[in-house]
Structure formats: C-alpha cells, structure tokens
Design a protein around this ligand. Structure first.
Ligand code: PMT
Length: 399
C-alpha cells in the first residue's frame, strides 16, 4: 500500500521516524511530507534515510513539485497519516486552508486521512480544538484519540501523540477493513431503498415522514465505492446520486413495491433503509379537498401498504438473496427490532433509535446490528461510517 505520512511541527515528530520504519518494514511504500514547523524538530534527511525517498515539502518548489505535485501525491496515496497533527494543522484542515504542501494535498484528495493529534492538554481541551475535531470527524477524517500522561511541556493530561506502534496498528486495521471490504463486495449486486414515501391525500397534500434519505444514500455510496453494483430506489429526497449508482425515483409505497418487484431477481442483497409508509390513503381525491365552513372534523381512511421487505424476504430462498432491514423505534429498540427480524424473516436488522433529534435527518447515526446469531452495537458516527460498518459486518459475519 502507498502511505503518505504528513509530519507537522510538534515535539512528537520524533515518534514519526519509528512510524515510517514500521510501514517500510511491513513492505508499504512511504512518502513523507513535512511542514516547515516539522523541520524545526527533525531533519528531513532522517525521514529520507528511513523511507528511501526525499521528503516533499514545498508547494512552490519547482524541482520537487513537477508542476502539479500536490495533485499527484493526493492521487498517489492509499492512506494519508498525519502524525503528529498539531492544533494548528487541525484548525487549517477544518478551514480547508491550502497554505503548505500537506494541507494542499489534504484538500485535493479523496483518500482516507488519519490524524494522530499531539498537543498540550489545555489546547486539546480548548473548545476551538474540540469543535475542529468534531467537524473533521463528520467529514470522515479518522481522528485517533491521543494518549494521556506527562507531556513535553511539563503538564500532565490528554494530548500526547499515540506511540508509533499503536498508530501503525490502527492504520493497518483500517486498510485491511477496506481491502477486505473490496474483496467481498466487488461485483455483488445490491438493491437498496432510501428516503420516505409520500402518500397523496389529494393533488396538493400528502402523508410523509422525516426521512432525508441520507442513511440509504450513504450505504449506496460506500457499497459502490468498494466495487458493488448498486441500484438505489428512493422516495422524494434532495440528495445527489452517488457515483456509479443507478437511481430510480419513486413517490409512494406502492410505486416502491412495483419497482422492487422489477429489480429484486437480479440482486444478491436487498437493504431496506427506506422509511416506507405503513398506511396509505384509501381513496386519494382527484381535486383539492375544500375546507367546509360547517365541518370541524375530516376523516381520512387509511389502508395498509404492502410490507416490501417482508415480501422480498419471503422470496429469498428461491433466489439466493440476503435481506437486511432497518427498525426505526422510539422505545424498546432491541426488543422491537428482534421481533421484526423474526416476523419479517430477515437475515439482519439495523436497529435505529429515532426521535428527539436522533436517526432521521441527522448527519450522524448509531445503529445496533442484529443477525440471527449475533449482535453488535456501533458507536455514534457519521452515516457514511455506519454504512462502512454495516457492509463490513455483513462481509465478516458472512450474512
Ligand atoms: O433517511 P434518514 O433521514 O437518513 O434516516 C434514516 C432512517 C431513520 C430512515 C433509517 O435509518 C431507518 O431506520 N429506516 C427504516 C425506517 C422504517 O420505516 O422502519 P420500520 O421499523 O417502520 O420498518 C421496518 C422495516 O420494514 C424497514 O426496513 C422498512 O424499510 C421496511 N418496510 C416498512 C414498511 C413497509 N410497508 N415496507 C417495508 O419494506
């Protein structure tokens, strides 16, 4: 693998020499990029001797930066590890600054970025740093928790950079998960639903729910990025179609069901993340319902919609198809989710606590994955990270 190690200006920079050595020993290719601050602590020559490549450091150095060097490096790396990541570099990344080669590469890349923060404990606990880390985490950067203990400045507390071996182990774990994921999902066909359904009352009114589609779209995006062939059937949402994903727009639960009936025979996996209406209006009016001067109440008759995921699951044996559902609950999450797993005959269910600002519409989510034989509670993280974890779990547990 190609590892770009960014070294910024902190005393912990000396530990990055060991980090480079560990990657090289494990037969990875390493390119070190240093900031000016880093060079105050360590000589570039030390990194060159260990990595076998001259350190890169200048955006405007024409000799080093053959024209568009930052773009070339941004594309070259499989993983970027910034160790140490100072408070200043973290703030710059949050702002999207591009004032040195390293920050420019980070802005120009779509490769995973891992940060090993190192700073004084008061700086680490400063609200500005906390906010910066939160934003970077939401943008999918992997921020490693620094260690606690005695610091170079004499303070005792959190903020010490992790030891090189720990950073190396976490980076390798991350890379393995990603390559394993690719191996498993390459060429597999996924049918995914997302978003709400809109059930018309009349031509201008409808019954809907708060689903934004973000969860289902995140699964589609990650699945496509690890090589799966993805068809995404979505209710009305305002999200862009992820790269390499085939998208079908539907409006109602009935339309979603019709589209699924056309597509499911082709799929290896069906993942039902859509918040499908359980009931639709029995008899939607052709014209706008008028407000009656003397009528205080209006009754709308609702009828059950087909349970799409249960219907697909009833066909799975004949077609060698795996079916994964979601359970959005405001109470007794695990109990209700397990009931749905059994009643709908699913292979796995993602239990999702919703309401009071959780689940629906949010950037982040916290799912519990329940299969027939195991259960795994995920930590709160971005919907994209949850999507990674779902696909990883399916691959590892052979669901
Ligand atoms: O879209 P976001 O804003 O990102 O929010 C994400 C989410 C909260 C919508 C998502 O994570 C989620 O939990 N989706 C399932 C919502 C839901 O309808 O849950 P449910 O417990 O009511 O349904 C159980 C399962 O049956 C679901 O897989 C659902 O897709 C499916 N279902 C439900 C009704 C129906 N008629 N047909 C179905 O297939």
């Amino acid at each position: 693998m190609k590892i770009l190690i960014g070294v910024t200006g902190g005393i912990a920079a000396y530990k990055s020499l060991e980090l480079v050595r560990l990657f090289i020993k494990a037969q990875h290719e390493v390119q070190v990029v240093m900031t000016d601050g880093a060079k105050e602590f360590i000589q570039p020559l030390s990194f060159q001797a260990l990595s076998g490549k001259p350190v890169r450091d200048g955006v405007f150095n024409t000799e080093q930066e053959a024209g568009m060097g930052h773009i070339e490096l941004a594309r070259w790396a499989d993983l970027i590890v910034i160790a140490p990541a100072t408070a200043e570099t973290i703030a710059k990344l949050r702002m999207g600054r591009a004032d040195n080669l390293l920050t420019t590469i980070c802005l120009a890349t779509n490769k995973p970025i891992m940060l090993a923060p190192a700073m004084n404990s008061v700086m680490w606990k400063n609200e500005a740093t906390i906010e910066n880390i939160e934003v970077l985490t939401q943008r999918e950067m992997i921020v490693l928790q620094p260690a606690s203990g005695e610091q170079a400045c004499g303070e005792v507390g959190e903020g010490r950079m992790l030891e090189a071996q720990a950073i190396f182990d976490l980076a390798i774990e991350f890379l393995i998960d990603h390559t394993e994921l690719k191996k498993y999902w390459q060429g597999k066909k996924l049918l995914i639903t997302a978003g709400p359904t809109f059930e018309d009352i009349d031509p201008v009114r409808f019954i809907a729910n708060k689903s934004s589609g973000k969860m289902g779209f995140a699964i589609a995006e990650v699945a496509a990025s690890v090589g799966a062939e993805v068809t995404l059937i979505t209710g009305p949402v305002s999200l862009n179609t992820p790269l390499k994903v085939i998208r079908k727009n539907v409006h109602t639960a009935t339309q979603m069901f019709e589209e699924i009936k056309k597509q499911y025979l082709d799929a290896d996996y069906f993942i039902s993340a859509a918040a499908v209406a359980d009931y639709r209006v029995d008899n939607p009016q052709k014209h706008k319902i008028k407000k009656m001067a003397k009528q205080e109440n209006l009754t709308i008759e609702l009828v059950k919609t087909p349970d799409i995921v249960a219907w697909v699951a009833s066909k799975k044996q004949q077609h060698n198809l795996k079916v994964i559902g979601f359970a959005a609950e405001t109470q007794q999450l695990l109990e209700y989710a397990k009931q749905k797993l059994v009643n709908k005959n699913l292979d796995m269910i993602c239990a999702n606590l919703v309401g009071e600002g959780k689940g629906f519409e949010q950037q982040q989510n916290q799912l519990t994955l329940i299969s027939q034989s195991a259960i795994k509670e995920l930590n709160l993280s971005s919907k994209k990270q949850q999507a990674f974890e779902i696909l990883n779990y399916i691959a590892k547990e052979k669901i």
